[in-house]
Ligand binder design. Structure first.
Ligand SMILES: Nc1ncnc2c1ncn2[C@@H]1O[C@H](COP(=O)(O)OP(=O)(O)O)[C@@H](O)[C@H]1O
Ligand SMILES: [Mg+2]
Length: 335
């Protein structure tokens, strides 16, 4: 926003702030006699009001997206596995929850009896670290699989501590692939080609993309059946989404007609702030039913899991964060 003059400020935030202020002043002038029971006569704090609203919404069946919660069927057990559905976890903005969502959605899908392969497609190797693997100690990674014909995907992928979840790890070597791939024939189809031999072993392959729309990400989109877009509930996070969707449409037109946006996942949501709610309203207004009903709240439990090197479903199985990713897994299976 480049307009510094105050009168041109967006009307909505001002109005909401105004009405919040109005309700606060009303609460302040209430006298003890006006309260029934022995409730304290102080005005409710922001957090208390937010909790009360969240309770009201839950009782009325309205989710944090502001829409009625959809009925999601229980996932059915599978009689056999594969062929895998490939989902690219994609957003060119960093720090929006791509890696966290890849690990935890993967673990939650595995709890539903699905076989899952997680592909670390970011040279930072955060996905590998998040699963307790030290990327710099690896001899072979996804880089060797995509650049060297003699290296098979089966030789590089490995089991993780999480039952039913395997990992194709990466490290800083992958940063060279972006440049080296440019000269290859069929350069956009490289990941698709290397995944083909294991597609029947898995039900889901989740590709954790790096924060860019470069050739590696285009490879992920070309290999994918669908894209999941994690979107941080912050104002500026909406800015890059048009460019991302433009890229997805180009890949769909030119390289991969079956590509589809599976869903937009709102992350780092803080139910106590007006800002989070306003961003959520904008996201739902722009993307409608594509937005998952499941919303991931901001909580320190997620950074903790990175240190622990395991998903939240095993690190804090009873936490709200674990429950959220389980709900997301049910939505993903149903879509
Ligand atoms: N819901 C959340 N609440 C709080 N912190 C989170 C949440 N999701 C992720 N984080 C933290 O934010 C940082 C960025 O998340 P990450 O998943 O690595 O994003 P990306 O892969 O998009 O760069 C990490 O430190 C992670 O632990
Ligand atoms: Mg990441």
């Amino acid at each position: 926003m480049s307009t510094p003059n105050q009168p041109n400020q967006p009307a909505r935030p001002a109005a909401s702030a105004g009405s919040a202020a109005a309700s606060l002043s009303q609460a302040t002038i209430a006298t003890p006699a006006e309260h029934d029971g022995d409730e304290p006569s102080r005005p409710l704090s922001r957090a208390e009001r937010a909790r009360a609203r969240a309770r009201e919404r839950e009782e009325s069946g309205i989710g944090p997206t502001g829409r009625p919660l959809r009925e999601i069927p229980e996932p059915q057990p599978l009689e056999r596995h594969g062929p895998a559905k490939v989902l690219a976890m994609c957003n060119q903005k960093g720090g929006v929850g791509k890696t966290t969502s890849t690990i935890n959605l993967g673990a939650a899908l595995a709890e539903c009896g699905r076989r899952v392969l997680l592909v670390d497609f970011d040279p930072q190797g955060a996905l590998s670290v998040g699963l307790g693997i030290q990327p710099h100690e690896l001899d072979q990674t996804v880089y060797n699989v995509i650049m060297e014909r003699s290296v098979n995907v089966e030789d590089v992928l490995r089991k993780t501590r999480v039952d039913g979840v395997d990992l194709l790890p990466s490290n800083i070597d992958l940063s060279a692939a972006e440049v080296q791939l440019v000269a290859e024939v069929g350069r956009e189809h490289t990941l698709l080609r290397v995944l083909r031999p294991v597609m029947n072993d898995y039900d889901y392959v989740l590709v954790d993309c790096q924060p860019s729309l470069g050739l590696l990400t285009v490879n992920a989109l070309t290999a994918a059946d669908g894209v999941v877009i994690p979107l941080e509930c912050e104002f500026f996070s909406l800015r890059g989404v048009a460019l991302l969707i433009d890229t997805i449409e180009k890949v769909q037109e030119r390289l991969n007609p079956k590509l589809d946006i599976v869903g937009i996942l709102a992350t780092m949501y803080d139910p106590r702030t007006l800002h989070s709610k306003e961003v959520m309203a904008r996201v739902v207004e722009a993307f409608g039913d594509t937005v998952f009903d499941t919303v991931i709240n901001r909580t320190v439990r997620f950074p903790e899991t990175t240190v622990a090197g395991e998903p939240i479903t095993t690190w804090a199985p009873k936490s709200a964060g674990a429950a959220a990713y389980r709900a997301l897994a049910r939505e993903v299976i149903a879509r």
